[in-house]
Each structure stands twice: as C-alpha cells, then as structure tokens.
Design a protein around this ligand. Structure first.
Ligand code: ADP
Ligand code: MG
Length: 401
C-alpha cells in the first residue's frame, strides 16, 4: 500500500503548524567528537527546508548512538545541531531533553519557519519500548507528523511508530518517500528483467533476502563469503574459506527453489584465494573446482565478473546488497569494484540501480561511483528488511495515500 507523503501537504496545510519530524541523524563521530560524515544530516535537508518554506515550525526528533535509556553526555545531539544550523544557514535550537518543560518552552517560543532539535530520544528507555505515555508526551509537542528516518523505520519505537496514534496527518518525508519509491518499487513493480546481486560474508545473515529475491527476480547473482557454503553443498572442496556447515542444506534448497521457479541463479566460476586473511596475503586465482587445501577465497575471479556483467547487461532493474569480496583489502576488491563500475555504466543506459546495505554503500562510495547509481539507500537494516518483504512498522504507521 502506498503511503501518503509530505508532497501532498501544501503551505495552507502547514503554515504555522508544529510538525514533529523523525530524522536519522545517527552520524559517525571521530575521536575528537567531531562529525566525520554528515551524509545523513544532508539527506534530511529537502524535508526540513520544504517544511520551513511552507511556514511550518519544525521539531526534529532523532536518536544518536546507543545510550540504553540513560542520559549520556557523549551522545548528546549538540554537534548535530551545530552542523545542521551551518547547513540550513539559520539557528537550530536544541532542547535539554526531548520531552518536559525545557522542550515545551522552546517549542512554545518558535516562530513559523523555525527549527528545534529535540535531544536524543533514546535517553529514555520508553522510546525503544514504544511506551504509550512517552509517545503521547513527545507527540504533544506537535500537531503533524513526518517520518523521514528510513534507517529507523524497521523499529517500532515511540518516535517512529507510537507518536502516530496522537498526530494527524502522518506522512512520509521526502527521503522516506524516495527510499520507498525505489526499494518497494523494485520489489513490487520492477522494470524487468530484474536482477539481484547478493554478497557479504554469511549466508545466515542473508537467508531472508535470498529467499525473497529468488521469488521476485529473474536473475540472482551470488558473491561474497557465502558462495563457499553453496560450493561445499555441491560437494566441492573449499579449503579454508568461510563455510557455514549448518547452512549446507539451506544452500541446496535455495538452488532447488531457483531452479523450480526458472530463476537464473549465478555462482562465480573462479575465485581469488589468499593464504591468510590479511591485506598482504599471497593470492592465487583458480576455478572453483580446484580450490587447494589451506587457501581461502576472498573475492570472485575475473571470469566470474565477466559472466556477471553479461548476465546484467539486459537488466532494467538491479538491486545490489553485499560486497563480492573482502573489498576492505585492495587485493580482494576487484570483484566488488568491477560490479560497482558495471552498475554505474548500466545506470547511464537507463537501468534502475539500487544499492542497499551499509558495506555495499561504503564500497560504492570508495569506488567513487555513488552519484551514478539510481538510488543509494540510507538504511542498512531497514533496506534489507524491506527487500526481505517484511513490513516496516515505521512505514505501516503512516497514513495510506
Ligand atoms: P552489507 O553491509 O552491504 O549488507 P554485509 O555486512 O553482509 O554487507 O557483508 C560485508 C562484509 O562481507 C565485508 O566486510 C566483507 O569483507 C565481507 N566479505 C565479503 N566477501 C567475503 C569472503 N569471501 N570472505 C569473508 N568475508 C567476506
Ligand atoms: Mg554490513
């Protein structure tokens, strides 16, 4: 079901209104406590500036780190408020606490177009417990609710779900709308052929997504550490490669399921091996039928990359989750880099390319082709759950379109 979005609200709907906006400001800090990457803050700007331009009073709610329900001085949103103020070119008032007298006073003092950032909602254990009374207090600061925190939408917390009981309308912000449009769109009504590239370290962390994607896709390409569980299940020797012994049966089932559904399931035919898990290990490229004892596979090989490129060439939608190898080490980054370049080229030819997953996004950024992709998801866990076909509580709670 499509969800109502901020796009549907005009200045007439928003002028003078107090709008609670859940954002994902969970940015990384360096050792000195400075923000090392403000991507998430910048990603929320279209929603914030749209609201302020329409005369709304913007009350931002966010979590930061894992304070476990207690005030933690190192997890205050103070540096985030400062960076947001720089980016917006206007003051951003931060409250002492996300609920209570100080927040109420600061919100009462707002003029149309002002922006207030509430302190870390996770300073209260009731946030993650989705406690009704806490949600009611948070919601009482505002009238309208906008959820732009896609990265937190897979959690049913007070600020992502509970508050919607008390506010109306409840709509998706621009970032949330874009995430749903691409990720949900690719799953529900993709331009075909639809391919998924699934990698990463373990099959166990990708079971749900593999099962769901085999249901939806025309082609599923598998890379990363999980391929060795598939090879072992086929009876091949895999040396010291990562294998999940308890997932051999599952690997066989997934292959059988793909076959039964007529889905092309592609496994690499060659791999880059290492004699140790180290950036300066000795390497050897072999067929997957000839992996010697004592070696471990850390990347897909060049023939496999070519086969993947050929399989992707006619695709109109490609979803990528999980690196092809240990891309953190240069010697084992070729497969991941090659796929990143291939997807960048396909995007230029009109293919819809969607990248989800924290490490996959990092890999695409490292290669420098992030802007070329159709969509880079800001939500690691949330994008995975959406691709698995799960309902995200923070999305379900929004008004239907
Ligand atoms: P994402 O965050 O994109 O969902 P994952 O977290 O599932 O991706 O997996 C990323 C990790 O998988 C990377 O740290 C990478 O080093 C690791 N990985 C990829 N290929 C292998 C391999 N052959 N052996 C061990 N680890 C691997
Ligand atoms: Mg990861």
């Amino acid at each position: 079901m499509a969800k109502r979005s901020l796009t549907s609200l005009s200045a007439a709907d928003l002028q003078g209104k107090r709008v609670l906006v859940r954002v994902d400001f969970n940015v990384p800090l360096d050792e000195s406590g400075a923000i090392s990457d403000d991507t998430r803050i910048r990603a929320a700007l279209p929603t914030i500036t749209d609201l302020t331009a329409k005369g709304a009073r913007v009350i931002l709610a966010a979590h930061f780190g894992r304070p476990k329900g207690e005030v933690n001085e190192a997890m205050r949103l103070t540096p985030v408020a400062a960076r947001l103020s720089e980016l917006l070119g206007k003051p951003v008032v931060k409250t002492e606490s996300c609920i209570g007298p100080d927040a109420e006073a600061k919100v009462s003092a707002m003029a149309d177009g002002d922006v207030v950032l509430l302190e870390n909602v996770r300073f209260f254990a009731d946030e993650e417990k989705n406690e009704t009374e806490f949600a009611r207090k948070l919601a009482a600061l505002a009238e309208v609710y906008v959820n732009d925190a896609f990265g937190a939408a897979h959690r049913a917390h007070a600020s992502t779900e509970g508050v919607t009981e008390f506010l109306t309308p409840n709509v998706a912000g621009h970032l949330m709308e874009k995430e749903l449009q691409y990720l949900q769109g690719a799953i529900d009504e993709p331009k075909r052929p639809l391919a998924a590239i699934v990698g990463g370290s373990k099959v166990s962390s990708k079971i749900g997504v593999l099962e769901s994607l085999i249901d939806k896709c025309d082609k599923v390409l598998i890379g990363g550490g999980m391929i060795f569980t598939f090879y072992k299940a086929r009876g091949l020797a895999v040396g010291k490669s990562l294998v999940e012994e308890d997932k051999l049966e599952l690997a066989r089932e997934l292959e059988a399921k793909a076959k039964a559904k007529g889905v092309q399931l592609l496994l690499p035919t060659d791999v880059v091996l290492a004699d140790a898990f180290s950036p300066d290990a000795n390497t050897l490229t072999t067929s997957v039928n000839e992996i010697p004892d004592g070696w471990m596979g850390l990347d897909i090989g060049p023939d496999s990359l070519k086969a993947f490129q050929a399989a992707l060439a006619d695709c109109k939608t490609v979803i990528w989750n999980g690196p092809m190898g240990v891309f953190e080490f240069d010697k084992f980054a070729a497969g991941t880099n090659g796929v990143a370049h291939t997807l960048a080229e396909l995007s230029a030819q009109g293919c819809c390319t969607i990248i989800g997953g924290g490490d996959s996004v990092a890999a695409v950024e490292k290669v420098g082709v992030a802007e070329k992709m159709s969509h880079i998801s800001t939500g690691g866990g949330a994008s995975l759950e959406l691709l698995e076909g799960k309902v995200l509580p923070g999305v379900a709670a929004l008004d239907d379109a």
